[in-house]
Design a protein around this ligand. Structure first.
Ligand code: GDP
Ligand code: MG
Length: 311
């Protein structure tokens, strides 16, 4: 049995995961928390809503805030993503800066490092995707990043969010830099997002996975109804989920539905399997596709979809 830690020894706080799109922030959240709470994808800019995942250890509780990557805004939604990442920096006790260890530091990295240097917050650095750096190149990669981070006293850890290598020392370094404080959430809670948002994110993940280039980021999902369906005859009880996928153009609707509905079926099946894991029981999923022209540029529509003023 884990004994209740002495209050003076216990640390807790909020940690913002900062890094450019695709560096592995969501993968790391899932790796650290040990459950799938964040949507990941090979396509950049997947994380729209800010997600808090909770990692409870014996001596510390960390609330990981997964933010969209900091990047140059292209349209209204892009601007909101950047604002959300920037405001996350203002609300946390520690920043975990993720850098792509398998690539040379770029101008985007220098931009983020400069932004963080202007804050007084403690920073821990993770050189992620270290599994992709051949051993012969590791010294060189470390040196390139040491140059980028020169004059900072930020600890640097090489890790792989994908296979978990190096993640334990990284979490210890983070815990050690949090202020002393009590547990903020119940120890068995791993995520503070309402289930509906998670369900919507699982559908969006399947859409991005199966349609890639054709329907990039002009997709939003609303969960219209979640209901318990009682057992019928010999069949088991199920959770019914009714959801709508919003796209901006008619052509995108065509792609999403596919020939004879084949694409929508594939997306629905993938999402349903993920939902069954999340809910831990059988799911019946019904998906609709709706065209809402230009939804990304309409503030009222964004707010309705949960991408509020600060998200
Ligand atoms: P985010 O945009 O920063 O949240 O990035 P994601 O977590 O969505 O990851 C982007 C892509 O990088 C996905 O295809 C991940 O599987 C991959 N990825 C993330 N971390 C690692 C890692 O440590 N090693 C490798 N090889 N791939 C990774
Ligand atoms: Mg992400």
């Amino acid at each position: 049995m884990v004994s209740t830690p002495h209050p003076e020894d216990h640390r807790s706080g909020f940690i913002a995961l900062i890094g450019r799109p695709n560096v592995g922030k969501s993968t790391l959240v899932n790796q650290l928390v040990g459950e799938k709470v964040a949507i990941t994808s090979p396509v950049a800019q997947t994380t729209r809503n800010r997600l808090r995942a909770i990692l409870t250890m014996e001596q510390a509780q960390m609330v990981l805030v997964d933010t969209p990557g900091i990047h140059k805004p292209h349209h209204l939604l892009g601007e909101r993503l950047v604002r959300s990442a920037r405001s996350a920096i203002g609300e946390v006790d520690l920043v975990l800066l993720l850098l792509e260890g398998c690539e040379r530091p770029g101008r985007g990295d220098a931009f983020i490092v400069n932004l963080l240097r202007q804050q007084s917050l403690p920073v821990v650095v993770a050189l992620n995707k270290w599994d992709k750096v051949p051993p012969a190149n590791q010294d060189e990669a470390r040196a390139a990043y040491a140059e980028l981070l020169a004059d900072s006293d930020w600890p640097v850890h090489c890790c792989s969010a994908l296979d978990g290598d190096g993640c334990a020392p990284l979490t210890e370094a983070m815990a050690a830099r949090l202020p002393q404080g009590p547990q903020l959430y119940p120890p068995d809670m791993v995520c503070d997002q309402p289930e509906r948002i998670l369900l919507g994110e699982l559908i969006r993940e399947q859409v991005l996975m199966h349609t890639r280039e054709e329907v990039p980021h002009s997709v939003a999902v609303t969960i219209d109804r979640v209901e318990d369906m009682p057992a019928k005859g010999s069949g088991p009880g199920r959770t019914a989920v009714l959801a709508t996928v919003l796209v901006e153009r008619k052509s995108q609707k065509g792609i999403l539905i596919g020939k004879g509905g084949a694409m929508l079926k594939t997306i629905g099946q993938g999402a349903r399997l993920q939902m069954q894991t999340l809910i831990d029981g059988p799911v019946y999923l019904e998906l609709f596709v709706k065209v809402v022209p230009d939804w990304r540029s309409k503030p009222a529509r964004l707010a309705e979809l949960g991408y509020g003023q600060d998200a």
